[in-house]
Write a protein that binds this ligand. Structure first.
Ligand code: XMP
Length: 326
């Protein structure tokens, strides 16, 4: 039997009782597999790695060490939430690495999208490797691989999984949710007690805000991006759209246009709103944001975000436009 193939007899996990049965079964399997050894996990705070962390905490507690790398490209409030949920509430061993300066220094003046992804991926592995070397007696590496990742093994996620570690840091893999689809991972996460805004989170690319701060990333433009994204998310949540729209975010491109404020000319960036619906990200349609809500978001971004003097709404479906701008 190929352990990477979902058996046809496996029931789709659609409710809490099925999730609890899965959790009980996995806890037992994990305890058997890991014994009294130690496990390491790169915890991004995305739903997949968060569910794996919660499962492992339940199964082996302090034998798990989670490493959360803040690369400066996370959304507003995310690193804080990882610390709050896993360290403060679940009492996990959590190493929080503030690598913001390292990443942003490496990314300075890098404008090619593929090169940016490469820099982020390579630096991530370097930081993770350094942390792994500081720990002793680790035998297992846990990963939030899910079934679609296996089905498209050269897919989107491959680049930000920590598969590129050197030979002396090759651990046995622990992948407890590798046969689950995304919706099942969410049901399991909910049953494990993870907060809703973690469980029903929209897809977020590995290179994070880096692909939405187009061209060479600067700290001030990245900050404008983070703040405008936070306003958009807040207003969507207030309007009851969280969890209903596939993906919604802002982009702040690396060019400016003229504005005027208090009789003074401004030379500032535009902010682009993107909100799309999709089933599997291979195609996407535009979310029709009600005009009143759109207007509210535009007003708030213009009033509250430094460096933005214009807000645009991207109405382009995929294809031909990809969901992300880079
Ligand atoms: P595109 O932009 O190709 O995106 O229409 C399709 C889906 O994939 C996400 N995406 C990425 N995810 N690393 C990731 O982990 C990446 O480099 C990356 N690029 C795009 C995107 O957010 C959308 O959900």
């Amino acid at each position: 039997m190929n352990e990477n193939v979902r058996p046809s007899s496996m029931k789709r996990i659609t409710d809490e009782s099925l999730a609890n049965a899965f959790i009980d079964e996995q806890v037992e399997i994990l305890r058997k597999q890991i014994g009294d050894k130690k496990v390491l996990l790169a915890l991004s705070g995305g739903v997949d790695s968060s569910v794996v962390a919660a499962l492992l905490i339940k199964a082996v507690g302090k034998q798990l060490t989670c490493v959360h790398v803040n690369h400066g490209l996370l959304r507003k409030g995310e690193p804080e939430q990882v610390v709050e949920v896993f360290k403060n509430q679940m009492n996990a061993n959590l190493v929080y690495v503030d690598a913001v300066d390292r990443f942003l220094d490496k990314l300075a003046n890098v404008s090619d999208p593929e090169e940016k992804r490469k820099v982020i991926g390579a630096e991530f592995i370097r930081v993770f490797e350094e942390e792994a070397r500081k720990l002793e007696g680790i035998e297992f590496l846990a990963q939030g691989t899910i079934y679609p990742d296996i089905l498209e093994s050269d897919g989107i996620k491959a680049h930000h999984n920590v598969g590129g570690l050197p030979e002396d840091l090759q651990f046995s893999l622990v992948e407890p949710v590798k046969l689950l689809y995304k919706d099942e991972v969410r049901v399991v996460g909910k049953a494990l007690g993870l907060p809703d805004n973690m469980v029903y989170r929209q897809p977020f690319p590995g290179p994070g805000l880096g692909v939405r701060c187009t061209g060479a990333i600067t700290r001030d433009r990245l900050e404008a991006l983070r703040e405008s994204d936070a306003i958009l998310r807040e207003e969507f949540a207030k309007a009851g759209l969280q969890g209903k729209v596939w993906q919604y975010f802002t982009i702040v491109p690396d060019y400016k246009s003229t504005g005027i404020k208090d009789n003074k000319r401004l030379w500032d960036w535009p902010c682009i709103i993107r909100a799309v619906n999709s089933v599997d990200a291979t195609s996407a349609t535009i979310e029709e944001i009600p005009y009143e809500l759109l207007n509210k978001i535009v007003k708030r971004i213009l009033a509250e975000v430094n460096g933005i003097n214009r807000v645009l709404y991207d109405l382009s479906p995929k294809p031909i436009a990809t969901i992300e701008w880079e």
